[in-house]
Design a protein around this ligand. Structure first.
Ligand code: MN
Length: 495
């Protein structure tokens, strides 16, 4: 995409005559301009000519589908727009849809209101006519209600626009998979063909030898330059510094990063997976490289986890322009102190420094798995605040997204823990939140984000047309178990 944009499409009809339609166009232009300038909406909003007949809808849909920069369409019925004229076009629209239910004026002009005003400003029933048709033809869409100048409305549109951008990026995303799945693991595996059909991203495997040869081609001077940048950006443990006993390990980590980055960039990949069971020809499991590539927006999944790699890439795209805070994550171990239950999240190495509360430190420690040399990694504590954990699982007949709202809390000192970490409380409470996750079949790997909200995950699921299970303050186990049971009927019989 050169310049991602939303299209602002207004419905009306010829019945009102040219003067009214000119007024409708003028009002819609003002709204599109204001939304395009709103700081909460991270992309341009283009006004499209008023739709008054079925041919207009068809032409618009063909144009939107073919426009690479159009990431989504906002629909609004300023006046009444008989909805049967929208059927032929809308059923072919492949871009995400937001139905904005608004009105040009904020307050009613009580002293002057007459039937001309009523007929010009009738979204209250024009949009109901549209919504009925959208429901009837099964149009996947987001409905946002409220005055277009209100910050809460613009924020909802902005969050949805971010999701639509993530979706657009995913449609041509390529995930490189070095090696296969961690042997015998279930949840990281799945149907890559169905995933491509449903979500758009493709996953293809490469022998780790292909990566090794790229890494070996990296020049010593490139390595020296990158190691110097590490010293600028991070604290570096004494043994890794120039002259230190393990400096060569840091140089090798830099070589891995440069090689991996060029392999991905040259191949047009925006995400990748590794596995510690397939490291032939590599001196150490890539840790620092994965961390830094995530920080630059690449999707990543460990142990061959291509679903999490793709989801992470989508979330990285959604948070573009914000203070970043999204990482690959694993629910690692629990603090079961009664009444204070928490999850300590981490991974063997690969947590993104975008979630760090301070300046990360480069360290080197043994890794008792994989049978390779000690790997270099960034160590830091995760930020506090509201966050989400999201997983994408393949449950055989379909995909399911599961999102849990969590609250990240301060982390006590852990001088002997040599990895980056985050610590959080689970909503609605530890017992129910974790039980809900397990009932839903959620993975131990997640995408952990301070920017992508549970509403955004639901919007993403709506666009992708997949099941979404939300675990938040409203979750109770009886309803959740019924939801899962009923969703088998709602989502199960598709083909
Ligand atoms: Mn793992």
């Amino acid at each position: 995409m050169e310049k991602p944009t939303l299209w602002f499409v207004t419905g009306s009809q010829h019945l009102y005559g040219p003067d009214t339609l000119r007024q409708v166009a003028s009002n819609s232009t003002s709204i599109a301009t204001a939304l395009g300038e709103a700081t909460a909406i991270p992309m341009g909003v283009i006004f499209k000519p008023i739709i008054t007949d079925p041919d207009g809808v068809r032409a618009l849909v063909l144009e939107a589908n073919a426009d690479r920069d159009c990431v989504g369409v906002i629909l609004w019925m300023h006046t009444f727009s008989p909805a049967k004229m929208w059927i032929g076009g809308l059923k072919h629209l492949v871009k995400p849809v937001l139905h904005l239910h608004t009105q040009f004026n904020e307050s009613l002009p009580w002293g002057t209101i007459d039937m001309d005003f009523m007929n010009l400003n009738q979204a209250a029933h024009g949009d109901r006519e549209a919504g009925h048709l959208h429901s009837r033809i099964g149009l996947h869409r987001k409905v946002v209600v409220g005055h277009w100048r209100h910050s809460s409305v613009q924020a909802q549109i902005g969050d949805w626009a971010r999701v639509a951008l993530g979706w657009a990026d995913l449609q041509c995303a390529k995930i490189a998979r070095f090696g296969d799945n961690m042997r015998f693991v279930s949840v990281t595996d799945g149907d890559k063909v169905s995933a491509e059909a449903q979500f758009g991203f493709s996953v293809n495997g490469f022998g780790v030898g292909d990566l090794v040869s790229t890494i070996n081609e990296v020049s010593d001077s490139e390595v020296t330059d990158l190691v110097a940048r590490y010293s600028d950006e991070y604290e570096v443990a004494a043994e890794l510094q120039n002259g230190g006993a393990k400096h060569d390990s840091l140089r090798y980590a830099a070589r891995q990063e440069i090689g991996l980055r060029s392999f991905l960039t040259d191949g047009g990949f925006t995400g990748f997976t590794t596995t510690f069971e397939d490291l032939h020809g590599l001196d150490q499991l890539p840790g620092l490289a994965c961390q830094r590539l995530m920080a630059d927006g690449f999707g990543f999944g460990a142990e061959g986890d291509w679903k999490t790699a793709a989801l992470l890439r989508a979330f990285k795209t959604m948070e573009r322009g914000l203070d970043p805070g999204t990482s690959f994550m694993e629910d690692y171990t629990y603090d079961f102190t009664e009444g204070e239950e928490k999850v300590l999240g981490a991974h063997m190495l690969e947590i993104c420094p975008s979630i760090s509360s301070g300046r990360p430190k480069l360290e080197i420690h043994p890794l008792g798995i994989g049978g390779k040399a000690d790997p270099v990694r960034m160590v830091f504590d995760g930020k506090t605040g509201s966050a989400t954990n999201t997983t994408l699982v393949d449950i055989g007949s379909r995909f399911r997204l599961i999102v849990n709202e969590v609250e990240a809390v301060p982390i006590p000192p852990m001088p002997n823990l040599p990895v980056a970490r985050a610590l959080w409380r689970v909503k609605p409470n530890f017992q129910d939140g974790v039980a809900a996750w397990i009932y839903a079949g959620g993975a131990h790997h997640t995408v952990y984000s301070y920017n992508v909200t549970s509403e955004m995950v639901q919007d993403f699921a709506e666009i992708a047309d997949v099941e979404c299970v939300v675990i938040d303050d409203y979750t109770n186990i009886r309803d959740l178990r019924n939801e899962l049971r009923w969703n088998r009927g709602a989502f199960g019989l598709r083909g």
